[in-house]
Design a protein around this ligand. Structure first.
Ligand code: ADP
Length: 501
């Protein structure tokens, strides 16, 4: 493991971050009503990267007004589904044409390796917009044969319409800033909703740059409003606003519960994509040549800052040492450094707060008897780096096994009885994802059937696609992102019934 540093910055990104960035309300770039700005930091150095307009209650008020006007009276509602689809497709094209710039921005603001942002974050966001663009013209209702027993002989024509839910508030986290914006905006726009998007305070830049492309693509004013700011102020005001019809949130389970309370005022619809503590189960009959790197990447991808990270590694006892040593060997070889350095495989955590949180979990683990066979500490002279860490001697009652760490820390535990593993894997308040590694297809599908998780990967991990739904069982959330499931969250069904005779 080595620390690599590089100062290279893309020229267009340098221009973008030079001046304080404004917020997008009703198609215009404006300062916060309070005039306040807040800093976003480069997590590789801890230095201020850019200043951003700090949205608060008054800005949310203006953004909701703009979104309401655009929904009720604007050209957006009069556009055909095909026109709407073409705008979303165009946004995907514009994003793709600026892949390099977005990857730099994402790497600088979030800390992730530039190569990962270029290969995964930006192309996945482009693909999501294209997938959702296609759905705009395919949101069909049904015709329904009625029997109505109390009107014998009468005939009816009954059908359903799928209508947009209305003005939608979307609050997103910092781990995949651009991709989370795409997951949220794509289905909202495909269904004809209007949006107020609040990016995470740690990583507002790529959403703001995306806002420029939204304007360039030609979306009517007020259809997408982007208000950066803090969760307790701008986020809370959006969640509680009485003229918002739906709130879509991705973030911690703790804040998800606050959102549910805030939404109760006007009973707005709520969808939540929350935390996880996902079990990753390796059987002795697995192809260990792929299971070992798979288990390493399940936890170390994006520095473990994934809600679906494979943070509980269960390995059948006879291959436990081999698998755990193999994962540790992968961890040992990971080059930790600035996301902009081409050598870097793992960047810094997103913030000082996150660094302290992860280090706090490590201390709690050690004090309860866990042992690190690799890693276990903060690293680097500056920035928010943590060593990739493999913990053994862990038990299910430990904090590091029960709670979401959201860092590059995996707890490895052996199991003997293949029948017992399902109970242990499901022993969590979360249910976002799970994985099984085995060559026995019956066993794989038996586990897939029994695992209480929204996604089950078999002999792979962290595979995402715009067409495949993603979301949680239990306290990992309500509703699904991506796939056609996501469209249900942004539409409501109207039944229309006509008496014919
Ligand atoms: P993390 O703890 O990983 O930063 P959070 O759940 O706190 O995750 O943050 C996810 C998103 O939720 C961010 O955009 C943040 O600003 C927002 N947020 C935080 N607190 C609140 C709140 N009380 N109401 C609404 N949004 C919030």
């Amino acid at each position: 493991m080595g620390i690599a540093v590089s100062p290279q910055i893309h020229p267009r990104v340098a221009d973008f971050i030079e001046k304080p960035r404004k917020m997008l309300i009703n198609g215009k770039w404006i300062n916060a009503a309070s005039g306040k700005i807040f800093p976003t930091y480069n997590p590789a150095t801890g230095e201020v990267l850019a200043q951003v307009a700090e949205g608060d209650r008054e800005d949310i008020e203006q953004a909701v007004k703009a979104a309401r006007r655009a929904f009720d009276h604007g050209p957006w509602r009069r556009m055909t589904a095909s026109e709407r689809g073409r705008l979303i497709w165009k946004l995907g094209d514009l994003l793709e044409a600026n892949t390099e710039e977005f990857a730099y921005l994402e790497s600088l603001d979030n800390g992730k390796p530039l190569g990962v942002a270029k290969a995964a974050d930006v192309p996945l966001a482009v693909d999501l917009f294209r997938y959702m663009a296609g759905w705009a013209t395919k949101l069909e209702g049904n015709t329904i044969p009625l029997s109505v027993p109390y009107t014998p002989g009468a005939k009816y024509l009954a059908y359903t319409l799928r209508e947009p839910v209305g003005v939608v508030g979307q609050i997103i986290p910092w781990n995949f800033p651009l991709l989370m914006a795409a997951w949220k905006l794509g289905p909202a726009l495909a269904t004809g909703c209007t949006v107020i998007l609040k990016p995470a305070e740690q990583t507002p830049l790529s959403a703001l740059r995306l806002g420029e492309l939204i304007v360039e693509a030609g979306f009517p004013d007020g259809v997408v409003n982007i208000v950066p700011g803090y969760g307790e102020t701008a986020g809370a005001a959006l969640a509680a606003h009485s003229d918002v019809d739906k709130i879509a949130f991705t973030g911690s389970t703790e804040v998800g519960k606050l959102i549910v309370h805030a939404a109760a005022g006007n009973l707005k619809k709520v969808s939540l994509e929350l935390g996880g503590k996902s079990p990753n189960v390796v059987f002795k009959d697995a192809d260990l040549e792929s299971a070992i790197p798979g288990a390493a990447s399940a936890i170390f991808f994006n520095h473990g800052q994934c809600c679906c990270a494979g943070s509980r590694l269960y390995v059948e006892k006879s291959v436990f040492d081999r698998v755990v040593e193999g994962v540790a060997e992968h961890a040992r070889k990971i080059t930790v450094g600035s996301g902009l350095d081409p050598e870097t495989q793992m960047g810094p955590l997103v913030s000082e707060e996150q660094l302290n949180r992860v280090c706090g979990y490590l201390e709690a683990g050690f004090s309860e008897g866990a042992k690190a066979i690799i890693g276990g500490r903060k690293t680097g002279e500056k920035g928010y780096f943590v060593e990739p860490t493999v913990l053994i001697n862990t038990r299910e009652d430990m904090k590091v096994v029960r709670e979401e760490i959201f860092g590059p820390v995996v707890t490895a535990m052996p199991f003997e009885d293949p029948e017992e593993i399902l109970t242990r894997a499901n022993d969590s308040s979360y249910g976002l994802a799970a994985a099984v590694w085995t060559r026995d297809i019956s066993k794989a599908h038996r586990l897939a059937d029994g695992l209480r998780a929204g996604t089950v990967w078999i002999n792979c991990y962290n595979i995402f696609d715009a067409a495949m739904p993603f979301g949680g069982y239990k306290q990992s959330g309500w509703g699904r992102e991506m796939g056609h499931d996501a469209l249900n969250l942004y539409t409501q069904t109207k039944a229309v019934c006509t008496r014919l005779s």
